[in-house]
Write a protein that binds this ligand. Structure first.
Ligand code: HEC
Length: 510
């Protein structure tokens, strides 16, 4: 793969944004320096954000709303505040995962940690306190309601997203645990209820072999979750807390006692420990990382490569960064040749990557309705329209291109490009990010300036090395000239040209 394209792929996957101009120039000058650059990217704080974003599609905890109604507090009359609070609730488990990765803590902390992460919004509403006073953003915190130390399994975020009804008896929650933490998909199958005359469904669960197949392992996991039971699933005040007094309530229901695939576990704490000890937990992280970077799960023929990646993960003490690095070193990841079987197909930027890439170049972030980020919200914003996943209505992003996605990309490009031009107009050329070749954005450029500036934009926006006399540049010179004839001045023509570059496949695919 051409070095600039490879650098773009790595930077987008590790940091969620395209490489900067100086990063690109450095790896073009000395391709061998890419390996050190990858290490630097992995150490960047943006990697933590990226882990949050990647695992959001696995945990599916970022819908706009939950069964829980946030109506227990006058603060929620402010819709922007309410949207930001809801977003924070769903991010709680993801932030914990991200911090474990960022601090190189053993991956098992994901299910054993006796702390969580909270921001100001969660600190204001949850029964939680920051571990250290002061601080800002997402910071380590601890619940004060006697809940067990079980990492993400002990977060409100998980159990606001995954709720339970009287008949469900925590089974949906148990299936989520198996899918997210063990990659155990067996509970996702469809079930045929027509085969028996038996009217009592709960009796069939433990007797009918067609039901036992799943429920024998699902129901015992469900029985570890009674401390998170809510008599009124939608009640905000009830959903804030964990209830140690309810932990044994399974005993008075028609359900199996707590357990983990045949192993005795007595509590949610022990469930977390049992998951941490289960080899499927580490393997699952490897499989998930394959799907993040290679866009697919390993096939049987790829078992050796999968095992190599898992060994790299285990050897370093389950440090997530090592695993990420091992998969990113894979020749299949680094190839774009169509004759190389199993090669990674180009992927569309997710809403998170698109927003971060545009922001890195322009400083622009699309907000709607008084400060709600349009790329992370669906009620007011355009996340799903832009091919994103909310984890509830939409759980996998569509593989095909669609008109709504193109429209959202167009709108974002048309907002960000004039914003960048207006901003850079006021700066000396040397202090600008994008328009470094022209002296003034308001003056008519000479042909030489025009070509140099366009080549500069192609480098910064697409990561492409185009010579000033290349055909690629010539085509864009013609486009600029057409746009100039239609616009009020050079600055407007530059804004239109830039917006076209943001919508180009070389920007939105990687
Ligand atoms: C493929 C695995 C699988 C099989 C087989 C299976 N179930 Fe389930 N069952 C589940 C899962 C997973 C849930 C939780 C679904 C959720 O809440 O998302 C569930 C939930 C239930 C519930 C609670 C429904 C509710 O109100 O939420 C009942 C009752 C139930 N199953 C009965 C049965 C019966 C009876 C059979 C046999 C005919 C059966 N199941 C077979 C996986 C299975």
């Amino acid at each position: 793969m051409e070095i600039g394209r490879l650098a773009s792929r790595l930077s987008l996957d590790i940091l969620g944004r395209r490489p900067t101009e100086s990063e690109l120039l450095a790896v073009r000058l000395d391709p061998a320096s890419l390996e050190a650059q990858v290490q630097t990217w992995l150490a960047d704080p943006a990697f933590e954000e990226r882990v949050v974003s990647l695992f959001a599609d696995v945990y599916r905890t970022r819908p706009d709303r939950y069964v829980v109604e946030a109506d227990g507090d006058a603060a929620f009359h402010d819709l922007t505040y309410r949207a930001q609070f809801m977003r924070s609730v769903g991010e709680e488990p993801l932030r914990l995962v991200g911090r474990v990765a960022a601090l190189d803590l053993p991956w098992t902390d994901v299910v054993t940690a006796d702390w969580t992460l909270a921001n100001d919004l969660l600190l204001a509403h949850f029964p939680i306190e920051a571990l250290e006073s002061g601080g800002e953003g997402w910071r380590p915190a601890r619940y004060l309601d006697g809940r067990p130390a079980a990492g993400v399994l002990g977060t409100n975020g998980m159990w606001w997203r995954y709720t339970s009804t009287t008949d469900n008896l925590n089974r949906g929650r148990a299936a989520a645990i198996a899918r997210i933490l063990l990659c155990d998909q067996r509970y996702d199958g469809t079930v045929d209820f027509q085969k028996s005359e038996e009217a009592d469904v709960s009796a069939r669960i433990s007797t009918d072999p067609a039901c036992v197949a799943c429920h024998v392992s699902l129901d015992p996991i469900a029985s570890t979750l009674w401390g998170f039971w809510r008599h009124h699933p939608e009640s905000y005040t009830e959903a804030l807390r964990y209830y140690p007094s309810r932990e044994l309530d399974w005993a008075s229901r028609p359900v199996a006692p707590p357990g983990f695939y045949g192993q005795d576990v007595d509590s949610l704490y022990e469930l977390g420990q049992a998951i941490a000890d289960d080899p499927r937990f580490g393997n699952c992280a490897v499989a998930q990382t394959w799907s993040f970077l290679l866009g697919r799960e390993p096939t049987v023929a790829e078992t050796d490569r999968f095992n190599d990646d898992r060994d790299a993960f285990v050897r370093g003490g389950l440090v997530y960064r090592n695993l990420f690095r091992a998969v990113a070193d894979d020749p299949w990841y680094r190839s774009d040749s169509a004759d190389f079987e199993g090669t990674t197909a180009p992927r569309r930027l997710t809403p998170d990557q698109l927003a971060a890439s545009v922001e890195a170049l322009t400083g622009y972030r699309w907000t709607v309705a008084d400060g709600i980020d349009a790329m992370v919200n669906d009620t007011w914003g355009f996340r799903i329209l832009n091919g994103g996943v909310d984890g509830s209505l939409v759980v996998t992003s569509p593989a095909t291109e669609s008109a709504p996605v193109a429209l959202v990309q167009e709108r974002l490009a048309e907002l960000a490009a004039p914003y960048a031009v207006a901003d850079e107009l006021l700066l000396p050329a040397g202090d600008r990010v994008l328009f470094r070749e022209v002296q003034s954005l308001e003056a008519e450029p000479t042909d030489e300036e025009l070509r140099a500036q366009i080549a500069g934009l192609l480098l910064r926006v697409h990561g492409a090395a185009a010579a000033v006399d290349s055909e690629q540049v010539t085509i864009l010179v013609e486009l600029w000239t057409t746009l100039r004839a239609e616009s009020s001045g050079p600055a407007e023509a530059w804004a239109w040209l830039l917006s076209a570059l943001f919508r180009h496949p070389d920007f939105v695919l990687y």
